[in-house]
Ligand binder design. Structure first.
Ligand SMILES: [Zn+2]
Length: 92
């Protein structure tokens, strides 16, 4: 009789697919946790760097050295920051 074998095989296939799905979900969650951990580290490092330079950066261009303006034709463009002369450093 082959029917029980077919049904058994189907149950087994379903079990394996569910197991595969469980494994993939666990792998996904573990990788997401790793990425979240790395993001936290990078955000913390960025915050530390920002805190270290915030008092020396030009407050107008935020240290980029560029400012945006509207030209004679009415279009937005960027030019060297007029407050820090494009250095990005706050004037003493
Ligand atoms: Zn500036």
């Amino acid at each position: 009789m082959t029917t029980p074998n077919v049904i058994g095989a189907l149950y087994e296939k379903i079990r394996r697919l569910n197991q595969r799905k469980t494994n993939l979900t666990a792998e996904y969650n573990a990788k997401c946790a790793e990425i979240d951990c790395e993001l936290d580290t990078l955000r913390s490092a960025l915050q530390t760097a920002n805190d270290a330079v915030k008092d020396v950066l030009c407050p107008y261009c935020k240290g980029t050295g560029d400012e945006s303006y509207t030209d004679a034709a009415g279009s937005r463009d960027t030019r060297k920051c007029s407050h820090c002369s494009g250095t990005g450093i706050k004037k003493g």
